[in-house]
Design a protein around this ligand. Structure first.
Ligand code: AMP
Ligand code: MG
Length: 422
C-alpha cells in the first residue's frame, strides 16, 4: 500500500481544517500510525502494563488433569439412582496435589477436594452438601447428573492454542495466566518514548516565584501523569518560551530523541501562525480547529521521524484532547492490537446542560447510582476549559454529540468512565 503524505491526505474533498469533526480527526491520525517493532525480553513481572510482542502458545493443557470443581466425592455417574438416594463405599481420597492411585469401581466412591484429580473410573462429583457420610459409607441425595462438577483437562486452554495474542496489554490477569503456563519470561515491545514540553512566555515551573501575569505550568504534570499511566517512557523537556529559535531547537531535540512529541499551547489562532511557519520547515503538520469543546485547536503531524501532537494550552483541553485523540494513537504505536475504544453507556442527566449543536462536548461529571437504582450523572460545576478542578472531581465525561442541543433534566446522555478497576 502506498502511504499518503499528511499534505495529500489533507486534500480530501470533505476535509475542513476549520471545523474538523472528532471522528474524522481520529481517523485521519490513525492512517499514519505504524506500531513499534523493536522488542525486549523481560521476566514476566516486568511485563506488567507492557504490550506482548509474541503470541503466547500454551505448552500444556489447562487444567492439566481432569479435576474436581467442588469438595465432595467422586464416583461413576451411572451408579447414582436418578430419583432416590444412593449409598456408595468410600475407598480412598484425592486431594489437590495428592491424587488417588487406584480406580473407582461400581458401588465405590472417593473423597475428593476442589482441584483434586478425578480418579480413573470416576466421571462425576457430588458436592459434600448433598452427601451424608457414616464411616466409609456415603449416601448421596437424589437428582445428581453424570459429569457434574468435573473440570475436563484442557477445558480452559488446549495445548497448542493461543492463550494470549500478540498486541495484548499485560495486566494482573495476564501475569497470572503466563505463570499458569509456566512462562518465566516473555517478549514485549520496547516502551514508546514520548518527549513533551509546554510553550508560553507566561509559564513558570513549580519552585520558582511568580511575577506579574505569570502562572505555573500545570500541563507538564498532567501530561506526565497521563503518559506514565500508559506505560510510556517520558522525556520532560520543561517550558519553552514563545521564541522561534528556542522552539525550533526544542522541536529538533524532541524529535531526535523520541517516537512522539507532545506540546501544549501555541496552537490557538493567534499563536499558531508562527508555530506553523516553523514546523513547515521541520516537518509536516496540519492545524485543525476540531468541532469539539473543550479542545478546539489541535495540531498533528510528523517532525523528522517522530509523530507530533500539538495540544491546546488550556489545562482541561489538554486532558480532553489527550484522552480523546492521543491516548488511542499512543496505544496503537505501542503495539496494542486491537485498540478498543473506551466504551460509553447511557445515564440519566440530573441537571440541565447548555449545549450548542455543531460540535461534540466532553463535560466533566460524576456518575453514580441514584436511590431508584438508575445511573444518574451530574456535571462537576463550572466547565471552563481552564478549570482543572472540573476534571479532578469528575469520574466520567458526558459526551454530547455534534447534533445535540440543550439537555433537559431527566434526559439520557452518553457517559464514558475515566477509571476502570484493573
Ligand atoms: P495558548 O493555547 O498557548 O494560547 O494557551 C491557552 C491558555 O492556556 C492560556 O491562558 C495559557 O496561559 C494557558 N496555558 C498554556 N499552557 C499552560 C500550561 N502549561 N499550564 C497551565 N496553563 C497553560
Ligand atoms: Mg501560549
Amino acid at each position: 500500500m502506498t502511504r499518503l503524505t499528511i499534505a495529500e491526505a489533507s486534500c480530501a474533498d470533505d476535509y475542513d481544517p476549520n471545523s474538523m469533526p472528532v471522528a474524522k480527526a481520529r481517523a485521519f491520525i490513525h492512517q499514519f500510525l505504524e506500531p513499534l517493532t523493536a522488542t525486549v525480553r523481560v521476566p514476566i513481572r516486568g511485563a506488567l502494563d507492557r504490550v506482548l510482542a509474541q503470541d503466547i502458545v500454551s505448552p500444556l493443557d489447562v487444567p492439566s488433569h481432569r479435576n474436581s470443581a467442588m469438595d465432595g466425592w467422586a464416583m461413576r455417574g451411572a451408579d447414582l439412582a436418578p430419583d432416590a438416594e444412593t449409598t456408595l463405599e468410600e475407598i480412598g481420597a484425592s486431594f489437590a496435589g495428592r491424587p488417588f492411585a487406584g480406580r473407582v469401581g461400581p458401588g465405590q466412591c472417593v473423597r475428593i477436594m476442589t482441584g483434586g484429580v478425578v480418579p480413573e473410573g470416576a466421571d462425576t462429583v457430588v458436592m459434600q452438601e448433598r452427601a451424608k457420610a457414616e464411616a466409609k459409607r456415603v449416601t448421596f441425595a437424589a437428582g445428581q447428573k453424570t459429569g457434574q462438577n468435573v473440570r475436563e483437562a484442557g477445558e480452559d486452554l488446549k495445548r497448542g492454542a493461543v492463550a494470549l495474542a500478540k498486541g495484548r496489554i499485560v495486566r494482573p490477569a495476564e501475569l497470572g495466566l503466563l505463570a499458569s503456563l509456566g512462562f518465566g519470561e516473555v517478549t514485549v515491545y520496547r516502551p514508546l518514548r514520548v518527549a513533551f514540553f509546554s510553550t508560553g512566555d507566561e509559564l513558570k515551573s513549580v519552585g520558582s516565584t511568580l511575577g506579574e501575569g505569570e502562572i505555573y505550568d500545570s500541563n507538564r504534570y498532567t501530561i506526565h501523569g497521563m503518559l506514565a499511566r500508559l506505560g510510556c517512557e517520558v522525556l520532560d523537556m520543561g517550558v519553552v518560551g514563545d521564541d522561534p529559535s528556542l522552539l525550533e531547537e526544542a522541536f529538533g531535540e524532541a524529535a531526535a530523541n523520541a517516537d512522539v512529541v507532545i506540546t501544549s499551547g501555541g496552537v490557538s489562532v493567534g499563536e499558531a501562525d508562527f508555530v506553523k511557519r516553523m514546523l513547515d520547515e521541520l516537518g509536516e503538520v496540519v492545524f485543525w480547529k476540531i468541532a469539539m469543546k473543550p479542545g478546539r485547536p489541535l495540531a498533528y503531524g510528523r517532525i523528522g521521524g517522530a509523530h507530533f501532537f500539538g495540544l491546546p494550552g488550556n489545562p482541561v483541553s489538554v486532558m480532553v484532547t489527550f484522552y480523546q485523540f492521543v491516548r488511542e494513537a499512543l496505544l496503537k504505536l505501542m503495539g496494542v492490537d486491537p485498540v478498543a475504544p473506551v466504551p460509553t453507556f447511557p445515564a440519566t442527566c440530573a441537571t440541565r446542560l447548555r449545549k450548542a449543536p455543531g460540535r461534540t462536548e466532553f463535560q466533566r461529571a460524576v456518575v453514580s447510582r441514584g436511590p431508584d437504582g438508575a445511573l444518574t450523572v451530574r456535571p462537576t460545576g463550572e466547565q471552563g476549559s481552564g478549570i482543572l478542578k472540573s476534571m479532578s472531581e469528575a469520574n466520567c465525561f458526558i459526551i454530547l454529540g455534534d447534533a445535540t442541543g440543550n439537555v433537559e433534566p431527566g434526559a439520557t446522555v452518553e457517559v464514558q468512565l475515566l477509571e476502570g478497576i484493573v
